[in-house]
Design a protein around this ligand. Sequence first.
Ligand code: HMG
Ligand code: MG
Length: 301
Amino acid sequence: MSYPSAVRLFEVGVRDGLQNEKEIVPTHIKVELIERLVDAGVTAIETGSFVSPKWVPQMADTADVMASVKRQDGIIYSVLTPNMRGYEGAVASRANEIEIFSGASEIFSQKNINCSIDESLERFQPVVDAAKKDGIPVRASVSCAFGSPFGEEILAGKVAEVSKKLYDMGAYEISIADTIGVGTPIKVTKVLEAVADVIPLDVIGVHFHDTYGQALANLHAALEIGITRLDSSVAGLGGCPYAPGATGNVASEDIVYMLDGMGIECGIDLKKLVKTAWFISDFLGRPPVSNVAKAIKSKLN
Ligand code: HMG
Ligand code: MG
């Protein structure tokens, strides 16, 4: 068994994390959070989403966030785009990557973006075509890959089918998401192997919510089969307003601590990251869910 020597972390805390917060987080806090994460070594970050503000009010200021963030060379500032209107917002805000999002659960698709899986793929085609023309890379996410909040059985073959369609459409990375955090390691291996049968292993990413405390074990299973693209969320923030029961993503600090211990390079300064986790947690008025952030706090100066 051999692990990758290096991985790329994609930070989703500002979008997937904060989208679930009931109280609106001021723009300047989001901006400071992004800048602190980049200072800690994050190279790819989801800064918000151009979705309907009626559906996700917390993301209504994404254009302001993007306008205020001091951009650093070589950093990916990515936004979620559900349709052409979202794509236009992304271009106007100078996003240098976009993310489209479909899934393996029909019910979740209806509740999250008000259309079927097939309709979502049709809706994304013009978005990807426009991004290709404009030279903007597209990442894609496949939700509910290990279970549905609505009790449907999710077949590995369905996850693979949607992943392949998104890859064939032109997405350079396909993030396989455990939206409600129900996966366990052997299941994760089986689903990822089914996806790797139809698209290259090196374009597959993983996005684990930690609802049942399985996310690090699942990540380890993904590393074992050679996955190098990991979504992470500072302070373990996260959830999806349209996935009942979904809690936070696996914390970036916990992932970085594990990677450091395994000798897998990710380019992130753990102390700076932990300080950033406490920055946003203090603002939100509760401690990070991350054990690492709690354990290291007393050692920070
Ligand atoms: P709809 O109601 O079917 O669409 O929503 P519509 O075309 O009828 O538009 C409804 C209203 O939204 C209209 O405004 C549009 O103008 C407006 P009104 O006339 O009522 O005033 N609108 C927009 N406004 C701003 N930006 C836009 C936009 N598009 C339409 N881009 C729609 C369809 C897709 C818009 C809606 O369902 C939506 O915004 N959904 C987003 C939900 C969302 O953001 N969910 C969370 C992200 S996914 C996630 O967290 C999972 C992930 O983390 C991976 C995982 O863990 O699984 C990625
Ligand atoms: Mg998510």
